[in-house]
Design a protein around this ligand. Sequence first.
Ligand code: SF4
Ligand code: SF4
Length: 264
Amino acid sequence: MPNIDAVVPEKLSLNTRFRFRCHKGIKCFTKCCSNIDILLTPYDIIRMKNRLGMTSGEFLLTYTYVKIDEKSSHPHIFLKMSDDKSRRCPFVTPEGCTIYSDRPANCRYYPIGQGTLKRQGKDGPEEEEFYFFVKEPHCLGYKEDKEWTIESWRIDQGVDLYDRMNSEWKGIHLRRNLPGQTGLDDRKQAMFYIASYDIDNFRRFVFDGGLLDLFVIDDETIGKMREDEVELMRFGFRYLRYIMMIDETLKIKDEVLKARRKKS
Ligand code: SF4
Ligand code: SF4
């Protein structure tokens, strides 16, 4: 996982080749799982809380802390490390990661870092994805002989699925980080947290909180959201884009509008 001080910011492409191997017999095994800050995404949290058999609320309370991004005012979630000097990940043991097949995207990328450059283009916001090596002195994997491209590493680590799952959510951050955007008020900030990270709470909000009476949402979408929490997560991104006024992703029902007009 990247320690930001150790990042070598040379921009790499998917075809860039490198040598690396990480295995149980290597001297530095699990050294990268301490003294780090791991930012979690919505899909990371779904995978981890299910792996641990917890609700999203329990997971967030036990294993994470929140930092408010100064620029965008978005809440960001980080994995809580041990309180002692070592700052160890709660899931690391001498045998390795105990949640390996559900580890977060940042752990999968390591020792590659990923960034997105954003700028306001002529026809709207433009983004450029790039990669960089994270070369930390304790990591000996670069001395091994297995050859990769960035692309083959991503596929091997399963990180392409995570990126697909989170791409719409990342888009919200990028749009909101452009110049001229205002911060979120308290209500929107709280909803950003629930819709992004607390999926079990968001389910209650959607199905028991009257949201389905408010917006035009087809039965197929409702059925998918009931059965599949990834679909619910995707709806959460759609809802955030609506309340943050990024796009008109939802339509208020005519009868709701009429009733509102009558009242005013
Ligand atoms: S989640 Fe697993 S891979 Fe990631 S830091 Fe913790 S122990 Fe290491
Ligand atoms: S080789 Fe690097 S990634 Fe693998 S265990 Fe060692 S420090 Fe961690």
